[in-house]
Each structure stands twice: as C-alpha cells, then as structure tokens.
Design a protein. Structure first.
Length: 368
C-alpha cells in the first residue's frame, strides 16, 4: 500500500510501476520461451504458492478532521453586542446565537435564510413554514405547520416571545432569528463584546438590514478533508467508500461526499506553475467515536481497483526476462520450470498473473 503524504507527495505507485520495481530487484535470468521450460538448477531462496486471491489497489493520503457546512452569522438588527457564545459551543434550535442590547438572536432550523419580518398578513413562504416547524418543536402551538402565517402562528410567537423576555408582539422582526441547517458549532468570533452592530439610527428608528459578521459556525457533522495534487485526482470520486485511520490506529468507514478545486501555488519545486489540485471532503459513518480535535491528522485509505479471485503469486516471485517480459519459476515433482507470465494488478505484496500451465497450489521461487 503506497502513501500520499500531502500536496507535494508523489502519486502512489501504480500496478505497472510496482511490477517493474519488483522485477528490477529480482535476478535477471535468460531465455524467451512462451510456455513452461526447464530451468537451471535450483538457485536457492524462499518459496511461495500460486493461489487465487482478491487484490485491491489501495492508496493512502493524509487528511485533517474538521466539520462540514461552515457559514457566517450576520447582524440584521442594530444594537450593542452584549453576549457571545464560546468557541466550540453547540447551539441547537431555539438557542441563543448572540445578544444585542440584552435581547437574544435565536437559531431556528431551515434552508431558506431570514429575509423579511414575519407577521399576520405576510405572504406565504417557506420561511413561515420553517418558523412554525421550529415553534412546534419547542412546544408551542402555531396551528397547521404550513407556509401561511395565521392568527394561531402569531399567538404561538407571542407565547414564545414572552418566555424569552421579549415584547410579545406576535411579529418576528428581521434579524431576531437566523435560519440555519441544524445544530451549529461555533468555530470563530468575528465581533467583540461592546461593539455596536447593525445599521439604522437610534431608539425608535427603523434599522436598515445590517451585514456585520458576528460569528462563524459549522454543522456538528464531523468530516475529513484531504488535499490532492492535480496528478492525484483519479484517486477519489464522489460516493467512493474509504477507510479513515484515526489517531491511535482505530479505523472508521467514510464516504467521499464532495470534490472541490483548490488553488495551486504559483510555482512548484521545479519552478514551473503548478496545476490546481482537488480537496476531497469525506463524511464519517459508523458508530465509532471520532475525537473532537479540529485539525488532527488522520490517514485516509482509498481503494482504486479491485480484482476478485485472480491467479496471483508473491510480488518477489516475478522475474524480468528482458523486453518487458516476465516469468516465474515453479517447482513441481522435483523439476524447476520457468513459466512466462503476463502480470496485472499488484497489491498487498502479490501480483495478478496469467501464464500457460500455471495453476493454484504450485510452489514458486520468491528469491527471498
């Protein structure tokens, strides 16, 4: 199994290269027959067995643990920032993201961002449905959860506001809630306590929607990100199953969920401009507990090709006989025979071979 250490690491050896490397280490023996021919007297060394195996070409790359779905939470109301969460804190539906002038800005789940004040008479929309769904999940009764803001929705909003210590208007002003995809983990603070945020004027004036970043968050879904050079992009594809080797040696299953281009540096080691690489984002599956360490290094094992139930020999049994041709030496009934073979996939110390007269159970010389 070859290893890809990072952006500057070489691509792992392909099967042909592995075969050539093994052949270069083996003894070069003469002859060019195409079948089984009697060999020279036994030269000694180790032995192996011809057998049927499933071979998988695996490549390993280094990645880092992170979290998916990073986003920036903006201030849409004006006021002095009076509360901020801690880095790493997880905020769930109905929880406070931050506070302006002592009043909370709250998280609700949804895919459509907040873009208007929600009140009776507002047009139907997905944002209304998201609000009603959140209120119902928090124990309030907004009526039928749909895209219509009714008097029942307003009553549920008023009850919710009262419990939060807010003025019970039944209206949700733009900026009081942020609709985000599920629980949010705080990754970075963009503003500081005491800072004046938002637009508009003083008390009693309508504020223009602000765009001041307050904090950055991510989902709570753990992922691994791997950067690959341009010539390594064939390693990964969307939907591919991989194995993630965690700190300490434990393994967890994963799946390649996203592939995104990454900028290359202006010049490579040779001085020539480098081609852009690719970043693979891998979601973790299974029940194994993954350490909550942002930036921790892990190894990711990709399987490129699999050959099932193929005739194979130890890689060290392969001998170059000239002209990019190969053979193995077998021992049968006290006779040493050379069988010319065509090599295929090499993996895990074995190589796929085809050769006239070669069959499972034969003893082969390994040169070890």
């Amino acid at each position: 199994m070859a290893s890809v250490g990072g952006r500057r690491s070489p691509v792992a050896l392909a099967a042909g290269a592995a075969v050539l490397a093994a052949a270069a280490l083996a003894l070069l023996l003469g002859g060019c027959g195409d079948g089984a021919t009697a060999g020279s007297p036994d030269a000694g060394g180790g032995t192996g067995t011809v057998e049927r195996r499933t071979l998988a070409e695996r490549l390993t790359a280094t990645g880092t643990i992170g979290y998916a779905g990073e986003t920036t939470v903006l201030a849409r109301l004006s006021g002095t920032l009076t509360a901020l969460p801690a880095i790493g804190e997880v905020i769930r539906r109905g929880g406070r993201l931050y506070a302006l002038a002592g009043e909370p800005v709250l998280l609700m789940y949804g895919t459509v961002p907040a873009y208007r004040t929600l009140a009776e008479g507002v047009g139907d929309g997905r944002d209304v449905e998201q609000l009603e769904r959140g209120l119902a999940a928090l124990g309030y009764e907004p009526g039928t959860v749909d895209e219509e803001f009714t008097y029942l929705t307003a009553a549920a909003v008023s009850a919710w506001q009262e419990d939060l210590g807010l003025k019970a208007t039944g209206d949700v002003e733009l900026g009081r809630v942020a609709f985000l995809r599920g629980p949010q983990r705080v990754t970075k603070l963009e503003a500081t306590l005491g800072e004046r945020l938002g637009g508009g004027g003083g008390s009693g004036e309508e504020s223009e929607p602000g765009s001041t970043p307050v904090l950055r968050t991510s989902s709570t879904r753990r992922v691994v990100r791997v950067e690959l050079d341009a010539n390594q992009q064939s390693i990964a594809h969307r939907g591919q199953r991989v194995r993630v080797i965690l700190p300490g040696g434990a393994e967890a299953p994963g799946e390649v969920r996203e592939l995104a281009a990454v900028e290359a540096s202006a010049e490579g080691e040779s001085g020539a401009a480098e081609e852009p690489g690719v970043e693979a984002t891998i979601s973790l599956a299974g029940k194994r507990r993954v350490p909550a360490l942002d930036g921790a290094s892990v190894n990711v094992r990709f399987t490129q090709r699999v050959r099932k139930n193929v005739l194979s020999v130890p890689l060290t049994a392969l001998t170059a006989i000239g002209g990019e041709r190969f053979a193995v030496y077998v021992r049968e009934n006290g006779t040493r025979l050379r069988i010319v073979v065509s090599p295929g996939l090499a993996a895990d110390g074995y190589v796929e071979v085809e050769g006239k007269g070669l069959r499972p159970g034969m003893s082969v010389e390994t040169g070890e």
